[in-house]
Design a protein around this ligand. Structure first.
Ligand code: C2E
Ligand code: CA
Ligand code: CA
Length: 356
């Protein structure tokens, strides 16, 4: 990361024009030895005094804007309070979220993943839930970005990991062999301490590393591919499985993905949900299944809502299904009951009965 100080510029427009010039210059490839190297950059802009009175504030806000630019792949972004976790209303919510994490008021629900061929429940995905005392149910899509921007994502991820691993251990004691998947967001993936803390948690709960899958998205990898690859390599070295979540929605290059030690790809639910109605989405699902097979990766379809989708995925040779057809995400105790019922039912009978 580099900081550019532009002392003679005092308007947002001029700063933006300079950022664009820098991006244009970086556009051209560099020759390093005999290799052509292409460099991408994401630039965050904060202007004095509009966005801050002192250097600390300006750098912090330029950093917030830089992460917005990285996530949206827009090249550069000017700091804006809407997209910042630091505006007063967001700050209040962030402090409530911090409380909720400290008091362990966040819940973790689990959604089953079923092997399409054998119809067995093979694992679950852990999904965090926050019931806010005034606003009620808060969708994770809203408070995860807030946690990302306010330094709360580390304790949040840790809380979810702890719950999931403790639960995994409980299930094992009850004879339910379930893998658990936990979502990682950008900052967790770029946290160089993460492999060490995951490894400590696995020891604490005596869970085999192969039972744990971490789900990462293409865009979070591409936010900083070199650093992400370092973290991912170390996680995989521990024996932990890695899944590419929301596959098909990102910008990553296939050649880059192929080099990552990934064990699973999850086809984004937007494609799965319309595969039975839209031809081009069916094509995307089909090609992803083929791609996974050719690269030796497990392919999971998420957002499986109907028996038609399940059957079509089966005929395409997709490995695993996850979605409302099988079950919504459930509190741990309900998932245990669900999994026991599922196991005692005739193979496939449940899928058929769910459809009616
Ligand atoms: P995701 O990882 O793609 O999770 C799948 C989302 O799809 C979940 O939404 C799940 O409830 C929903 N879903 C599952 N089956 C179906 C279906 O058949 N139809 C439809 N329409 N939706 C289905 P949820 O729980 O609201 O989570 C949203 C996102 O929030 C997740 O997307 C994930 O990116 C993030 N998230 C959730 N929990 C965590 C967490 O503990 N840590 C982090 N970093 N992110 C999390
Ligand atoms: Ca996920
Ligand atoms: Ca997903």
């Amino acid at each position: 990361e580099f900081a550019l100080l532009l002392p003679r510029i005092d308007s947002v427009e001029d700063a933006a024009a300079t950022a664009q010039q820098v991006l244009d210059i970086l556009q051209e490839s560099f020759a390093l030895a005999d290799v052509e190297i292409n460099v991408n950059a994401s630039i965050g802009i904060a202007v004095h005094p509009l966005h801050g009175e002192n250097a600390n504030k300006l750098i912090q806000r330029a950093d917030v804007a830089m992460y917005v630019a990285k996530e949206s792949h827009s090249g550069f972004e000017v700091y804006s309070t809407d997209r910042d976790g630091y505006s007063p209303a967001r700050l209040a919510l962030a402090s409530e979220l911090r409380q909720a994490i400290e008091n362990e008021d966040l819940l973790v629900h689990y959604q089953p993943k079923v092997d399409i061929k054998t119809r067995r429940v093979v694992g679950v995905e852990a999904l965090v839930r926050w019931i806010h005392p005034e606003h009620g149910f808060m969708p994770p899509d809203e408070f995860i970005p807030l946690a990302e921007h306010t330094g709360l994502i580390q304790p949040l991820t840790k809380l979810v990991l702890r719950s999931a691993l403790r639960q995994c251990r409980e299930w094992q004691k009850e004879g339910l062999d379930l893998d658990v998947a936990v979502n990682l967001s950008v900052r967790s993936l770029l946290d160089l301490q993460l492999p060490e803390s995951v490894s400590a948690l696995l020891r604490e709960f005596s869970v085999e590393p192969t039972r744990l899958v971490l789900e990462i998205t293409e865009s979070s990898i591409m936010a900083d591919p070199i650093r992400a690859a370092d973290v991912v390599d170390r996680l995989s070295g521990l024996g932990i499985g890695l899944a590419i979540d929301d596959f098909g929605t990102g910008y990553s290059s296939l050649s880059y993905l192929k080099r990552l030690p990934v064990s699973e790809i999850k086809i984004d639910k937007s494609f799965v949900m319309s595969m039975t109605s839209q031809d081009n989405d069916a094509v995307i699902v089909r090609s992803t299944v083929d791609l996974g097979r050719n690269l030796g990766l497990r392919v999971v379809a998420e957002g499986v809502e109907t028996i038609e989708m399940f059957n079509e995925l089966e005929s395409l040779g997709c490995d695993i299904a996850q979605g409302y057809l099988l079950s919504r995400p459930l509190p741990a105790a309900e998932l245990t009951a669900w999994a026991k019922d599922w196991r005692s039912a005739e193979e496939g009978a449940l899928v058929a009965s769910l459809a009616s």
